[in-house]
Design a protein around this ligand. Structure first.
Ligand code: ADP
Ligand code: MG
Length: 678
């Protein structure tokens, strides 16, 4: 047997079985031994027959003392009955319509049986137990994920027969890496993951295989990234230029977390290597100020900076704010969006190209080819998870290897950020500015809805404003709008003395902007919205947010929405109205009630839904993993990432002979469609 032999070389695998196995991506023997159990069944405890109790599932070891093959002529049924005996008693074993098994049993020989014990007229029985002559049905047994046409028993037998190949599995790690990380050999790992003798060995083996898989993935991501960047050298910003005067001009002192983050960014900017940094900070943690300081540094050093935001509203808000702050320093800020008048746009493009505009704020209109900078040195994307990898790269290509800063609130748990952005450095703003209100959060059932709106009314009486978010209806913008309209109508009836307005995703940008503007100025009291208000909007007088059908929202999204309130000095409230009894929805609401820590919430979200559901890993260009679990193997991921870095630094394209096995595994994991440029 060879690793690359077809799976059909195993006895018992004909064309039909091979076809079924190919659905599990098993085509060669190597595929088979890298196809891992999803779980284990502990059948180590062998019981005496006299100890057996009805309904328990047990392992016994017993001699066959009698074999009877009954045939019922009328029903054409067959019944194979065995009497089996150990030192303590005897038991009947029954197989229906399994005459072919008759030959498997020899009177006087000992077998191991595993099955559920039942009582038939007071006699103990096992019906259709798993059995074998050796110990292969006892011990710790692997449980494989299966597909139609393959049984667990078959899979186990085939896996067992491929056991002799473990010693030939390719080693992808150097002896140094194995030693430094105290890993077991690949042979040991395969053996103990498929057929563990004991739990400890299983864990050691599994660690090794998870490590390998994560290392292969990280190596692939790093290799791809290295080949796409034009060498490491970026624009070095002068150390002589201080940003202190800008910091002093802010209306508040920076929080410690902001200062730390600013230091990390400035160090990157001065290093001469292109910055590649992700800033993660919860909603309201003050990421904008950090971005401003970085942009100030760029401009003072003679470069242009650009900030791209995912929506027009958000871009506008940034623009208005930044224009004011930078005017005081004599810095020219420009704006660009898709809905701009042609003449105005032309003018802006010209001023950008000749360098008059020093800082450009805008939507993804910025990445269009007609947008040219004179000396772009810093590229910032806000709420970066809203943009695809392609958009990010296009923006970057507008400069000569410019410094890159991406900012995001919670939806990317730290774990996934490490994966998605492989070699991105990460800064975390894990502190809110002082004096922030905790947003009191209550989870309500649908029948408490009335009381919830009573509360909203009280807030309105005090002059505050409210958001009401209506549910997302799967993939149907039309229905989203309808449900929002219904709620808006109902609330206009209810709050006759107040102004209720509607904003939804199907509205024209200009309409949305004017509604937002009115809400911002306090001329609308209750804003009923589909999720368009999700990011970035800042209305300090809004103190309540009601989320209807909260069960339809994910945790990260709920947290983002909640962040729309609590932005001023008033106490703020969030109501989650839950329809139906879904356990997961209930759990989400409980987590929201208990925590306001966006990172914690994001990690919990990951646990509840799994990374696949959040991201559809494929969609992000990530391969499906076989044994590693991103939600659980964070610490291994970090170690593997560091090893991958070392490997890629020495051999960026995996050309060295000793890296060939690794290279093959990388290509195998990512598939041909993933452009690795290896
Ligand atoms: P986000 O991280 O969600 O983008 P913003 O940058 O919009 O947060 O900041 C939210 C609010 O907090 C803004 O009104 C901003 O002026 C204010 N802010 C930022 N940093 C501080 C600080 N250090 N002290 C007080 N207020 C701050
Ligand atoms: Mg922001």
């Amino acid at each position: 047997m060879e690793l690359h032999d077809s799976i059909s070389s195993i006895k018992g695998i004909g064309p039909k079985k091979a076809e079924a196995l190919s659905k599990l991506n098993i085509k060669t023997l190597e595929d088979l031994i890298y196809f891992f159990p999803r779980d284990y069944e502990d059948r180590r405890c062998v019981k005496n027959i006299s100890q057996l109790e009805e309904d328990e599932t047990a392992v016994i070891r017993a001699r066959v003392t009698l074999v009877v093959n009954d045939r019922y002529r009328k029903s054409r049924k067959q019944l194979l009955r065995l009497l089996v005996t150990d030192d303590t008693g005897s038991l009947e074993v029954v197989f229906f319509n399994a005459g072919y098994l008759t030959k498997s049993f020899k009177v006087g020989d000992e077998y191991v049986f595993y099955g559920k014990v039942s009582a038939n007229f007071g006699k103990m029985q096992m019906v259709h137990p798993d059995f074998s002559r050796d110990d292969s049905v006892s011990g710790i047994l692997p449980v494989y994920p299966l597909t139609k046409g393959i049984t667990q028993r078959e899979m186990r037998i085939w896996q067992k027969s491929a056991e002799e190949l473990y010693c030939r599995a390719e080693e992808i790690l150097s002896p140094g890496t194995i030693e430094n990380n105290r890993l077991c050999s690949i042979e040991y790992a395969l053996r103990n993951v498929h057929f563990p003798e004991e739990k400890q060995k299983l864990l050691e083996g599994k660690y090794r295989l998870v490590f390998d898989e994560l290392l292969v993935m990280q190596t692939g991501l790093l290799a791809a990234r290295t080949s796409s960047s034009k060498g490491g050298n970026g624009t070095a910003f002068s150390m002589e230029v201080s940003v202190q005067d800008y910091i002093d001009s802010l209306p508040y002192p920076l929080t410690d977390a902001q200062s730390r983050c600013v230091h990390e960014i400035i160090a990157d900017l001065e290093s001469g290597k292109a910055m590649n940094r992700l800033v993660q900070g919860d909603v309201g943690s003050g990421k904008t100020a950090v971005a401003e300081i970085a942009m100030y540094k760029a401009v003072k050093c003679g470069y242009q900076a650009v900030l791209m935001a995912p929506t027009e509203i958000l871009a506008k808000q940034h623009y208005e704010g930044l224009k004011k702050s930078f005017a005081a320093h004599g810095i020219e800020v420009g704006f660009l969006s898709g809905t701009m008048k042609a003449a105005e746009k032309r003018e802006n493009l010209r001023m950008l190209e000749d360098g008059t505009i020093q800082i450009l704020i805008g939507t993804h209109a910025i990445i269009q080819s007609e947008v040219r900078f004179s000396r772009l040195g810093l590229v910032i994307t806000d709420e970066q998870h809203r943009f695809g990898v392609k958009q990010r790269i296009s923006l970057k290509e507008k400069g000569e290897n410019p410094n890159v800063l991406v900012m995001t609130a919670t939806p990317i748990p730290r774990t996934l950020a490490v994966i998605l952005y492989g070699d991105l450095d990460v800064s975390v703003i894990d502190e809110l500015p002082p004096g922030r209100q905790i947003i009191r959060t209550r989870s309500l059932t649908a029948d408490q809805r009335g009381r919830c709106y009573d509360f909203v009314e009280k807030q309105l009486k005090q002059g505050r404003q409210a958001y009401v978010v209506t549910p997302l209806i799967e993939d149907s913008e039309v229905l989203d709008v309808k449900s929002a309209q219904q709620v808006a109508e109902e609330l206009s009836q209810r709050f006759r003395r107040y102004k209720v307005a509607l904003i939804h995703g199907a509205m024209k940008q200009s309409e949305k902007d004017s509604v937002m503007e009115l809400f911002y100025r306090g001329e609308i009291d209750v804003l009923v919205a589909t999720v368009v208000i999700e990011v970035g909007i800042n209305v300090p007088n809004a103190t309540v947010i009601v989320i209807e059908n909260a069960e339809r929202f994910g945790l990260a999204q709920l947290h983002q929405l909640r962040g729309r309130v609590g932005r001023g000095s008033f106490s703020s409230f969030c109501f989650l109205i839950r329809d139906g009894n879904s356990e997961i929805a209930k759990k989400r609401c409980e987590i929201m009630e208990a925590s306001s820590d966006g990172f914690y919430i994001a990690e919990e979200d990951l646990k509840l839904r799994g990374p696949g559901e959040i991201f559809g890993t494929r969609q992000h260009g990530l391969p499906d993993l076989n044994i590693a679990d991103l939600a659980r193997h964070i610490s291994i991921l970090n170690v593997a990432k560091n090893e991958a870095k070392k490997i890629i630094e020495k051999d960026p394209q995996l050309k060295k002979t000793e890296n060939q096995p690794l290279r093959r595994r990388v290509i195998r994991l990512f598939g041909e469609d993933f452009s690795l440029n290896l």
